[in-house]
Design a protein around this ligand. Structure first.
Ligand code: T46
Length: 136
């Protein structure tokens, strides 16, 4: 798996910090949707699915969590524990978000509007799609 983590420049001054993320400059897609999750329960993972065409960019803007990305060949766990660290999750990559701190706010930028049909929720189906078995 290619390097997917980005350490963004912190534009700070005496008033505090600011991080700017721009489509096509810092992330490889146009942003159509923003959502965030917070108030996660201890030991309860989120995600556990892949997307056909949706790409995502994840930032723990507060607190910390781990994200395990699995492209069908490699499975890598990333720690998101700084608001200037971003993680790109490509389409057709199985993602699991876990080990949230109680104060975690996980911001997600996406290149597509929400569409339940874009979700692949069965790991078996994901593996078959990756290996081309469902592509005809
Ligand atoms: C991901 C992790 C971090 C919407 O109505 N619009 C949306 O844009 C999203 C993402 C969800 N929803 C609804 C669908 C469900 O009724 O919100 C509810 C919870 O969504 P979901 O079960 O997909 O939540 P997570 O935390 O398992 O996964 C979500 C994203 O789906 C996923 O892509 O990376 O957050």
């Amino acid at each position: 798996m290619n390097k997917l983590l980005t350490n963004h420049k912190v534009l700070g001054d005496e008033r505090g910090q600011l991080i700017a993320i721009e489509s096509g400059i810092h992330i490889p897609f146009e942003i159509k949707r923003v959502f965030y999750i917070y108030g996660t329960q201890p030991n309860v993972p989120r995600g556990q699915h892949s997307h056909n065409i949706t790409k995502q960019y994840l930032i723990a803007v507060n607190g910390s969590c781990k994200v395990t990305l699995d492209d069908g060949v490699n499975k890598v766990t990333y720690v998101l524990d700084q608001p200037h660290i971003g993680l790109f999750q490509d389409a057709m990559v199985w993602g699991t978000m876990h080990d949230f701190s109680p104060d975690c706010v996980l911001l997600v930028l996406a290149n597509e509007h929400y569409d339940d049909q874009d979700y692949i929720r069965s790991y078996d189906d994901f593996q078959k799609l990756i290996s081309g078995e469902l592509n005809g």
